[in-house]
Every structure is written in C-alpha cells, then in structure tokens.
Design a protein around this ligand. Structure first.
Ligand SMILES: [Zn+2]
Ligand SMILES: [Zn+2]
Length: 167
C-alpha cells in the first residue's frame, strides 16, 4: 500500500492531502482487503500519516481452535522521514531514531509495514471466535459449538472424566 508524496514534500509545513485507500495487503502471510482514509500532513521532519484503516485478520480461537476472521480498525499515526532531499535528490543523513517508517528514495510511503505492526497490536492475547464460544469437550475433543458430544449423552460430565479415571 504505497503513496507517492513527492508533491506534498515540496509544499510548506502544514499542507495536507487526503487519501481514500482500498487495497489488498499481505498482513500475516495472506492478502487482506484494507480500506479506509488517511490524512497526510507535511511536518518539519517529513510526513505525518494519520487515519483509520479497516481490515480483517485470521485468528485461531483459543477455546475451540477454529480459524475465524477478526475485524480490526487500525488507528495509524506515524511520521515518515525522507531519506533523500525531494528537490536536489541528495541523500539525507539518517534520522536519529531509525525505524521502518521512512520515505524511500522515490518519495514513496509504504504503509504495509505500519499496517502489519498495528494489526499485531490489536490482536487479542486469547482470541475467541465468539464471546460465548463453548470450546472443545475436554474428554473427546468434540467442538461443542456444533452441539453436544457423546460424552454428555452418556451422562458423563466431561469435567469429571479425568478425575474419575484417577479414582
Ligand atoms: Zn471458539
Ligand atoms: Zn465429549
């Protein structure tokens, strides 16, 4: 997801540009549609990118182990620093805080890395396919979201089956 900012870099500090984005981005190994709007602001150091992007990432439910799509909103707020002077083409000394957020030698901002990093930040530690996911039967491994398993029909409370084996 790339934006050419050569024109904006030549404008005075405070100049802005609005972009509507809609593109397939490889976030975690598979392409996902990313949509949203960003505002680019010319700062004294570079270009500040701000906006909200919407996409989905595929997660695995921590309870029933089923993959599911998880919608995320990424509130991007990053300053991109130029690596070459836009007028003279002379390479600029690298910024004091080097990072992935640079404007490349063709005056292009690539939002892909920011989208990846922001996606990782909003992914829950223990994702659930749904709030009330019933999980797997601890006895037979059946996905209880698809209905009860044989264990319950046999009147065995799966929570006790491990214990009853010990007794
Ligand atoms: Zn689940
Ligand atoms: Zn079971």
């Amino acid at each position: 997801m790339q934006i050419n900012v050569s024109q904006l870099l030549k404008e005075p500090i405070g100049a802005t540009r609005d972009y509507k984005l809609s593109e397939i981005v490889d976030i975690t190994g598979d392409g996902r549609l990313v949509q949203g709007e960003v505002k680019l602001l010319r700062t004294h150091r570079g270009i500040l990118v701000r906006g909200a992007l919407h996409t989905e990432v595929e997660l695995t439910c921590s309870r029933c182990l089923t993959p599911f799509n998880f919608p995320v909103t990424l509130n991007i707020n990053e300053e991109y620093i130029p690596t070459v002077d836009v007028v003279s083409g002379v390479p600029l000394s690298s910024p004091e805080e080097p990072g992935p957020f640079i404007i490349d030698e063709h005056h292009v901002i690539d939002l892909t890395e920011a989208i990846r990093q922001y996606s990782l930040l909003v992914i829950p530690m223990k994702p659930l396919c749904r709030e009330d996911c019933a999980g797997l039967c601890p006895n037979c491994g059946h996905n209880l979201n698809q209905g009860p398993c044989g264990c319950l029909q046999q009147g065995v409370d799966p929570r006790w089956s491990e214990l009853s084996k010990l007794l």
